[in-house]
Design a protein around this ligand. Structure first.
Ligand code: SF4
Length: 355
C-alpha cells in the first residue's frame, strides 16, 4: 500500500499488528491482500482486516507466498500423478523423464570473462579461501602425491578451466606437478597434454567441455580407493569428513550441523553450511548447485561485494579481516543455460583413462 493509505490506517495497523509501534508501522511496508490468502494470519489475529482485505506487514508476507506455493504445488502434483501412467507408456519420453531429476540446468561456466586473470601462484591460497571442499580436497591430493587419477583430473581440470585458467596455464600447472612425481616430461607431453588440450576444445571433436555441476559429481562416478574426486559430503565416511572439517578449524557446533545435513542426505546444504562457516556469514544468500558457482560467490564476497567479518589465512585458520584483502575478482559470468548431456563427455573421458 502507498504511504498515504498507510498513514491513514496507521492507528489501526499499529493496534492490530502484534509487536508494531507507530514508528515501526511507518518504517515497514504493508501489503493489501484478499482475506482468503491471509486466513492463517487472520485466525491468529496478526493482521488488520478491512472490507475483505488483510493488511499484511512485510515480515509476514512469506506466509502468504508459502501458502500460495503449497497450493500450486499440490495441484501440479495431483495433475502429474494423473498424467504419469500415459507419459510413462511412451518410450520416447521415458529416458527424458528418468534423466530429469539428475539434470543440471544452471549456467555451464565453460566460458568465462576472467580467463587468464588468475596466476598459478594464486591457486594454493585460493584453494583454501574460495574452493569448495571437493576441489580443495583434489588440490591438496595433487600437491601431496603429484598425481591425480583420471576422475580427479576430469573434475578438477574442468573446474580450474571454469575459474579462468588458460590452456597454456593448465598445461604448465599439471606438468609442473606431475613431473615432480613419477611422470617424466616426455610422458606428460605425449599422454596427458593431449587430454588437457582436448578438454579445452583444441583436439578431437573440439568440444568446449563444461565444468561438472554438483548434481553430476554427487550422482555419477563415485570414487574408489585411491581416488579423490566426488563430493566429500556425499562420498566421504562421516568420521573422515569430521576429521577433515576439524583440521580446517570448523567449529564443533558447525561440524555437528554439517554432519546432520549429511545424515539427511542434504549434501549441497551441507556444502552451503561449510561456505557460511568458512566465510563467516549467517546466510549464504544463494542456492548452491555448482562448484564454480561456489568459487564465484566466494570471490564476490571476499572482494567486498558483501560485508565480511573474518577471512581465512593460508593455513585455514580464521583471522580478522584487514583491508588489503587479496582478490582476483571478476568471477566467471554465466553465459548460457544449457544442460550438458553426459554423452558430450564420453569422448573426453576416453583420453583420461590412463592412471
Ligand atoms: Fe563440491 Fe558441490 Fe559437493 Fe560442494 S556440494 S563439495 S561444490 S560437489
Amino acid at each position: 500500500i502507498g504511504e498515504d493509505l498507510k498513514n491513514e490506517l496507521a492507528d489501526e495497523l499499529c493496534a492490530s499488528t502484534p509487536g508494531f509501534s507507530l514508528l515501526k508501522v511507518k518504517e515497514q511496508m504493508f501489503y493489501k491482500v484478499g482475506l482468503a490468502d491471509a486466513v492463517d494470519l487472520f485466525r491468529t489475529r496478526r493482521v488488520f482486516i478491512k472490507d475483505g482485505f488483510a493488511y499484511v506487514p512485510f515480515k509476514e508476507i512469506d506466509v502468504i507466498v508459502l501458502n500460495n506455493y503449497r497450493t500450486k504445488l499440490s495441484k501440479a502434483l495431483a495433475l502429474t500423478a494423473r498424467s504419469l501412467p500415459s507419459i510413462q507408456s511412451d518410450e520416447r519420453l521415458q529416458p527424458l523423464l528418468s534423466h530429469l531429476s539428475h539434470s543440471y540446468v544452471g549456467p555451464d561456466y565453460s566460458i568465462q570473462k576472467n580467463t587468464g586473470r588468475i596466476s598459478l601462484e594464486q591457486i594454493d591460497a585460493l584453494s583454501v579461501k574460495s574452493f569448495p571442499l571437493c576441489m580443495r580436497q583434489l588440490h591438496r591430493a595433487l600437491r601431496d602425491s603429484h598425481h591425480l587419477r583420471h576422475g580427479g583430473r576430469m573434475q578438477y581440470g574442468l573446474f580450474l578451466k571454469g575459474i579462468g585458467l588458460t590452456l597454456e596455464q593448465a598445461l604448465e600447472f599439471w606438468k609442473k606437478e606431475f613431473i615432480r612425481g613419477k611422470v617424466d616430461a616426455d610422458k606428460f607431453d605425449k599422454g596427458y597434454a593431449y587430454s588437457i588440450r582436448h578438454s579445452y576444445g583444441k583436439e578431437g571433436k573440439r568440444t568446449d567441455y563444461t565444468p561438472y555441476s554438483c548434481m553430476k559429481i554427487i550422482m555419477s562416478n563415485p570414487p574408489s580407493q585411491g581416488d579423490y574426486h566426488g563430493c566429500p559430503f556425499r562420498h566421504s565416511d562421516p568420521e573422515l569428513l569430521k576429521q577433515k572439517l576439524q583440521s580446517y578449524k570448523i567449529p564443533p557446533s558447525g561440524i555437528t550441523q554439517i554432519l546432520e545435513l549429511v545424515k539427511g542426505m542434504h549434501y549441497q546444504l551441507a556444502c552451503q553450511k561449510y561456505f557460511e562457516l568458512t566465510h563467516d556469514v549467517d546466510d549464504i544468500g544463494f542456492s548452491l548447485n555448482h562448484p564454480n558457482q561456489y568459487f564465484t560467490e566466494s570471490q564476490k564476497l571476499l572482494s567486498g561485494g558483501r560485508e565480511l567479518k573474518k577471512e581465512f589465512n593460508n593455513s585455514g585458520n580464521y583471522q580478522q579481516k584487514n583491508n588489503s584483502q587479496e582478490s582476483i575478482n571478476s568471477a566467471p559470468t554465466p553465459t548460457s543455460s544449457n544442460a550438458t548431456a553426459d554423452t558430450e563427455l564420453e569422448g573426453l573421458e576416453a583420453y583420461f583413462t590412463e592412471d
